[in-house]
Design a binder for this molecule. Structure first.
Ligand SMILES: O=C(O)CCC(=O)C(=O)O
Ligand SMILES: [Fe+2]
Length: 368
């Protein structure tokens, strides 16, 4: 009889940086206050202020045990341990904007003539419309992954969507209804691996280039959830000062940013937050950086027109870039397809495809 060997499922995080970085000062949404009416009203105000001034905020006390998060990092690390041949079986038609499955490193041209070393594995929403095959390590744990993804929807996205609706003076379930889990949408969970650069490559990237793993960009959905990431690399562009600040990992928290769809739906009242990923500080640049993210998006059939809200009307946010320019308003599904196609296309040169029209009224941009 084989002896049962206890399995160690903890993913080992790397030590935090000791460098004195210019950290962003971000507000926190403590969801333990969500269950009482005063707490909820207070959170709605903190959230809208955070979104309007910073575009990034932390969320704490969302009721998902740290062990479940650690397990996801562990599964992500196991996926990235697979040989390239095995992972490559799951590459979708990236050139035509497909993004669920595996994206290998080397598709983006970074500064200094260096190619990216970032791998992505996207697992779509379990809504019955995204049937995909996975390698064994994912397949064998798919029930747990589904439960985790659904818990993000219930424990994090639903309350945040309620708070945004309250702040915009809309019925509490307004955004929740646009994101119903059972409706087809392009939500996905992501394991992301930034392999570290060393030697010549690191030198070229940081000395000849701008030292960026990914250029300044906005995400295309509603909210992006990032699990605590001890390797400092994410930088946020401050809405007011335009300075780049580092996002600090905070224990037991999620870092959340607002994205394109939320900006379209609110006529630009909520901005899509610009962020980028830098080479980590010197005491961490020898580590690979594993990320765990969730990208939330409204239903595919939702037209991206400005919603009616008493607050938006009072403040004069009644048209987004499609409406102002007299362009056809795309649905969320159309917008995802077009922006993903722009994003996923392989680049031969740094900053290729900048200012390309993605949809009439919206161009592809790298933000400095
Ligand atoms: O890795 C990160 O911290 C951010 C990644 C990101 O911005 C993205 O994948 O859109
Ligand atoms: Fe992003």
């Amino acid at each position: 009889m084989p002896i049962a060997v206890p399995q160690i499922f903890k993913y080992d995080y790397v030590p935090e940086t000791k460098e004195n970085l210019d950290w962003a000062d971000l507000p926190t949404i403590d969801l333990s206050k969500f269950s009482n009416p005063e707490g909820k009203a207070e959170l709605a105000q903190i959230l809208i202020e955070a979104i309007r001034t910073k575009g990034f905020f932390y969320v704490t006390n969302f009721g998902i045990p740290q062990e479940k998060v650690d397990r996801q990092f562990y599964l992500g690390s196991k996926f990235y341990d697979l040989p390239l041949d095995e992972k490559s079986k799951y590459i979708p038609d990236l050139e035509n904007g497909e993004y669920n499955g595996y994206r290998p490193a080397g598709r983006a041209a970074l500064a200094g003539g260096v190619r990216d070393q970032t791998e992505v594995y996207n697992i779509p929403k379990f809504d019955g419309y995204h049937d995909r095959d996975h390698p064994d390590v994912i397949k064998e744990n798919i029930g747990e992954i589904e439960e985790f993804a659904r818990s993000l929807h219930t424990n994090v996205l639903d309350p945040l969507h309620a708070l945004i609706a309250i702040a915009l003076e809309l019925p509490e379930d307004f955004f929740i209804n646009l994101h119903k889990y059972e409706n087809p949408s392009e939500d996905h969970l992501r394991y992301m691996m930034y392999r570290h650069f060393s030697g010549d490559q690191l030198k070229k990237l940081t000395e000849e280039g701008d030292g960026l793993y990914s250029l300044g960009h906005t995400d295309l959905g509603t909210l992006t959830l990032l699990f605590r990431q001890p390797v400092a690399a994410l930088q946020i562009k401050d809405h007011k000062t335009n300075d780049w600040k580092w996002a600090k990992p905070l224990d037991g928290s999620l870092t959340v940013n607002t994205c394109d769809a939320l900006s379209f739906l609110t006529g630009g009242y909520i901005k899509s937050t610009v962020h980028r990923v830098s080479v980590p500080p010197p005491d961490q640049n020898q580590y690979d950086r594993l990320g765990l993210l969730y990208f939330a998006r409204p239903s595919n059939d939702l037209p991206l027109k400005t919603i009616k809200s008493p607050l938006l009307e009072r403040e004069g946010f009644t048209q987004n870039e499609f409406e102002k320019g007299g362009h056809k308003v795309p649905t969320m599904g159309e917008f995802v397809k077009l922006k993903q196609t722009w994003q996923q296309k392989k680049r031969q040169n740094y900053r290729e495809r900048e200012d390309e029209v993605i949809v009439e009224g919206f161009k592809g941009k790298y933000h400095d």
